[in-house]
Design a protein around this ligand. Structure first.
Ligand code: ADP
Ligand code: MG
Length: 256
């Protein structure tokens, strides 16, 4: 069986896409799963969070636009047991440069064909938009995880996201499913956070049981170039992301 290809998507910025991509990749890696993380955001936050500098080396831009084989872009981040296709600032041009390309929505899917059997999981971190980069990720994916911040206006933009998923299903990738909605940055001391949890669970039956707490540790880890599993091993957030990994494995039918 080929890899489970999962995209972290929400066009809203700051909801925990990158944090989840990096932490979940590390959690699955530590559980012995073969994981590839693809950084599809020109801000390259997932790349730097893993301690890698994406400039001056081949990455997602080259795989999408320079005919470089994506296998030649992979960096093995040994300390996290994760392989990474890094991003860099250069990728910000891709949104425009992809427009005149042949099969522009399928560049990532095509590039990934030879790699799918090498991994158990491919995770894609997306920019905060529904442009061509995100469409490439959705076209290549089996499913999406939608991180939602436990804050005011949590559901804002989700109906548009659902419409986009439906358009991708209809035109590009009929098999695309929602693996789950993930509640992030939960602060149990506020009533608002509790209300958001109930509201999101009421709207989306696929909401994960695991909730990611708000934690200073989690926001500090990227500046050290370490996943939460190295920066704060055994801490609350590491435990939560490991629970999410277990839930994911159970959802796709891998015994844990
Ligand atoms: P996105 O990729 O959706 O823009 P990020 O994962 O980069 O979101 O998160 C936005 C900011 O919030 C970052 O500074 C990140 O470190 C911080 N952050 C993410 N998740 C948490 C959390 N559970 N608790 C505290 N801070 C978090
Ligand atoms: Mg991000």
């Amino acid at each position: 069986m080929g890899a489970q290809f999962v995209t972290l998507v929400n066009q809203k910025g700051g909801v925990g896409k990158t944090t989840t991509a990096v932490s979940l990749a590390a959690a699955l890696g530590r559980r012995g799963q073969r994981v590839l993380l693809i950084d599809l955001d020109p801000q390259a936050n997932a790349t730097s969070a893993l301690g890698i500098n994406g400039s001056g080396r081949p990455g997602t831009y080259d795989a999408l636009l320079n005919e470089v084989s994506i296998g030649d872009c992979i960096v093995n981040v040994e300390a996290e047991r994760v392989d990474l296709v890094p991003s860099s600032r250069e990728l910000s041009g891709a949104e425009v440069e992809l427009v005149p390309q042949m099969a522009r929505e399928r560049r990532l899917a095509s590039a990934m064909v030879p790699l799918r059997d090498r991994y158990d999981w491919v995770l894609v971190d997306c920019p905060p938009s529904l442009g061509l980069l995100t469409i490439n990720a959705l076209t290549a994916s089996d499913s999406v995880i939608i991180p939602v911040q436990c804050e005011y206006m949590a559901l804002e933009g989700l109906s548009r996201l659902m419409e986009t998923l439906e358009l991708v299903r209809r035109n590009l990738n009929p098999g695309l499913s929602v693996l789950g909605v993930l509640l992030t940055m939960f602060d149990g001391r506020t009533r608002l956070a509790q209300q958001v949890v109930e509201e999101v669970r009421g709207h989306f039956s696929q909401t994960f049981a695991t909730i990611i707490p708000r934690s200073v540790r989690l926001s500090e880890a990227p500046s050290h170039g370490q996943s939460i599993f190295r920066y704060d091993e055994g801490g609350r957030s590491a435990t939560a992301y490991d629970a999410l990994a277990a839930e994911l494995l159970a959802r796709v039918g891998v015994a844990v």
